[in-house]
Each structure stands twice: as structure tokens, then as C-alpha cells.
Ligand binder design. Sequence first.
Ligand SMILES: Cc1cc2nc3c(=O)[nH]c(=O)nc-3n(C[C@H](O)[C@H](O)[C@H](O)COP(=O)(O)OP(=O)(O)OC[C@H]3O[C@@H](n4cnc5c(N)ncnc54)[C@H](O)[C@@H]3O)c2cc1C
Length: 494
Amino acid sequence: MAPKQVTVIGAGVGGLAAAIRLAAQGVRVSIIEQNATVGGKMGQIERDGFRWDTGPSVITMRHVFEELFAAAGRRLEAYLTLLPVDPLTRYFYRDGTVLDATPDLRRMVRQIEALAPEDVEGYLAFLAYAAKIHRITGPVFIYGEPPSLSTLSKTSPLQFLAVDPWRTMDQAVTRRVRSPYLRKLLDRFATYVGADPFQAPATLSVIAHVELSGGVWYPQGGVYRIAQALERLARELGVAIQTGMPAEKILVRDGRAIGVRLADGATIPADAVIANVDVATVYQHLLPPEIATPARRRRQANRPTSCSGFILLLGVEGEHPRLAHHNIFFSDDYRAEFSDIFQRGRPPQEPTVYVAITAKQDPSHAPPGCENWFVLVNAPAGDKQFDWQRNAAGYRERVLQTLARHGYDIRGKIRSEVRLTPDDIARQTGAWRGALYGLSSNQALNAFRRPHNRSRELPGLYFAGGTTHPGGGVPMAALSGKVAGEMILRDWAE
Ligand SMILES: Cc1cc2nc3c(=O)[nH]c(=O)nc-3n(C[C@H](O)[C@H](O)[C@H](O)COP(=O)(O)OP(=O)(O)OC[C@H]3O[C@@H](n4cnc5c(N)ncnc54)[C@H](O)[C@@H]3O)c2cc1C
């Protein structure tokens, strides 16, 4: 019997991971990618002797990538060198306090003893609490199939309460630590999925466990090396990757997905189609009207999303030895910042600024005596209230002023610059409203609200990527590819 054929739309992490899983099982897979290169939100830019990652910079859950390579009979180390990052992040506060988050518990406790000795037990209690949530939610919400009501019925009421869905993340943190420094540090983990710690369920504390206990990994050469490694593995397994070619429509016959029509008019028949594009974008542009009815399009379009971001890629003269690889410059009023983003629909008036500098690990990413700064501020996803085209230059000034107030005035030292707004992210990757991490995680039981990896409306269509289960972020998108691939194989076996 001829091998079955799967067509994947989009070469983001989820699409590449799904293709690898299926090709390793003997399925013929082709990937259609609109951009000239693979990676999607995980991108890179080189200019004026500088190199920057344009998307993700913090990589956690190393085991997810190890398992993906192992599923194809390969060792991760043969494709990627993942270096541990320590400090995980250096946190700068407006009063001059500096705190290094580290997985080295003894070092972490020593710093807390110096800053807020009464919080040592509270910090350890928070870590234990977050570890417990990970133990309970891992099999149900992260590493397996999308949860359903029957999954919930198998969870004991005590386990369900232990994951704390009705309390906010900030409440879970404030119950355990008193120091405003530690509160901000721990609250910030909600932003790893583009959420607001003052609204998002405390269940998201699981992210703190993943980073503070599991560590952060830097792929030598830059985060984009992950996309390149996945592309190489996929090609070795026989996956045909066509870049620079947008998919125009998912073809449907007799109520089933049967292939993809490309922008040049060619069609690729398929036994199954995986859309790695944000689900709302698929409904707006890629499905025929009998499937993407106006009501369904509206429903997808109106789902609240995670936040987006305003990004400055800066080639900076001079070296800054007090900065680490990952740095956070906190604003004074963290709550106001999230109100700006999620209630007022505008980028924060007083932003917290994130700066990642890969040249700290890879000096070749900047000319001698310079650094490559990736500067990110959380911003609302594609809100009509804020016109980036008109206001980006002014907001850039605000971000640079904020850094200057923290003692890093680089305004006269910028040798090269690229600016990315939420509109750019949407245009370049198909991200719905420019959201960085797919749908909003601000509501309790959000895991039940995400679009399923198997389309309920079109047999033969599957979804992989940050807007579907298990959610946004690089390792999660990779896991979504696993789920979609396994579903296809199981559906064919039935
Ligand atoms: C600025 C930024 C910072 C981030 N920081 C982090 C971080 O530190 N850590 C972390 O884990 N995650 C981070 N993320 C999130 C992470 O990058 C994403 O969750 C993940 O990469 C999404 O992968 P995906 O599988 O959903 O595919 P996507 O990256 O969304 O890729 C989808 C692909 O589909 C293609 N496509 C769209 N439409 C079509 C079409 N019609 N035809 C063909 N191809 C099409 C796109 O070009 C794209 O290549 C960040 C994201 C951004 C943007």
C-alpha cells in the first residue's frame, strides 16, 4: 500500500515537530511555508555585523526536545548544544536592588536572606507548591491529549483544588512571600504565556517550577538553531519543505480535508492536513466558507488572546559587564502595567523592560566591543486603540528612557536597529492579532477552552501550534506537534 501523505501548513516549531513525528513513522510529509525560512515566530535577523533572535529567547523543558529527537531515533546533542543559563534572569529594581534568579537553591536562599530573610520559608513553600501543581497538571494538561470533561471526572476533588484554579497567580504568590521584590519576580512567570498575574489562575505557577527548578537552556549559536536543527532532522527523514510559498486554501471534498491549494495555483493532495498557523487565522483565510461560516469565524476571531510585544533589536556600542544574558528592568507599579495592557488596550506607560544579550554566550553575535540587545516590552495584542504606525517611534523613546533611568542610557550608542510591532509579528507569522502565545491564559480552566488538535468541524484537518493544546511557548508548541501527529496515526489505525 502506498504510504499516506500529510501536508503541513507552516514551518513553525509545532509544524516541524508534527512532520518529524509522522515522517519517523513512515508517513510522507510535505511542509508549505510562506516565509523564505522556517521557524515562524522563532526567527533571526543579521545586520551590520549583529545577529539577533527575533522571537523566543528563554528555552525551558529541555526534555521535550530530547524526546522529540529520540522519537526519530536521533540524539539531540548531535544537532544542538543546549547550554544551561545561570543566572536564569537578572532582575533590576528601580531602587538599585539586583537579584539573580538561579536554580542553585543555596545561592537563591542566600540572596533572599540578604534581602528579605522572613521570606526564605515562603519562597521554598512557593517552589513546593509550584512543583506540586506541575506533578498534578503535567499528565492532564501538558504532556497528553487535550483535556476533556471526562479527564476532569478522573481527577479527585482534592487534586483539582490543589491546582488552585480559582485563585489568581498574584494571590498565590502574595500568600507565601511578603517582599515586593520577590512578588514581582514570581508574578512575572505569568507573562511567559502572555498572561496577567493579577487575573490569571494560580495554576500558572507551574511555569515558575519549570524554570526555577528545571532551568533555562541556550542553544549555542542562538535560539534560531532550534528551528535549523528541526529543519535538518525533518529533511533527513524525507520531509519535503517548500519555503516562500503561501498556502491559499485547505481543499475540502465530501466534508473532508483532502489537500492544500498553494498561492501559485498548484494543489497538494493529502490524507490529512495539519495547520500550524494560528487557528483564528486559519478560519479567516484558509478554510472555505462552508466550514468557516460567519458564526465560526466570529467565534474564533473574538477569543481573547495572550499579549503581544514591542521589540527593539539594537546593536549597542560598548560592553555592559553588569548585565547578564537575560535581564529584567522592573517598573515601579506592576499592577498598572497589566491594566494598561489588558484593560486599557495600550502599551504600558511605565514598562518593565526585558533585555536579552546572546553575545554574552556567543561573542560572534556582535562586532568586537559591542552587544546585540533584544529588547522586549509586553504590549496588547493588535488592539485597534493603539496605532503602532504612528506611535512606535514615540514608544521607542519611552523604552530607551526607562533603560536610562535604570542606569543604562544607550541612546547615543545605537549602531544598528530593527523595530518589530505587534502588526509586524502578525504579518510575518500569521499570529492572530500579533499575540505571542496564542489564546489568553487569563481565565480559570483555560486548558479546556483551547481549540482541539483535531478539528471538530472538518475531518482530516488537525491543528498544531501555540493556539491549540497544550498552549503557547516553544516546548508547548513542540508538544502540540506530537499530539497532532499521534492523533492522525490513531485515526488512521481505527
Ligand atoms: C517576540 C516573541 C518572544 C517570544 N518569547 C518566547 C520565549 O522566550 N520562550 C518561549 O518558549 N516562547 C516564546 N515565544 C512564543 C513562541 O515563539 C511560540 O509559542 C512558538 O514559536 C509558536 O510556534 P507555532 O508552532 O505556533 O508556529 P508559529 O511560530 O506561529 O509558525 C507558524 C508558521 O506558519 C506560517 N504560515 C502562516 N500562514 C501561512 C500560509 N498561509 N501558508 C504557509 N505558511 C503559513 C508562518 O509563516 C509561520 O512560519 C515568543 C514569541 C515571540 C513572537
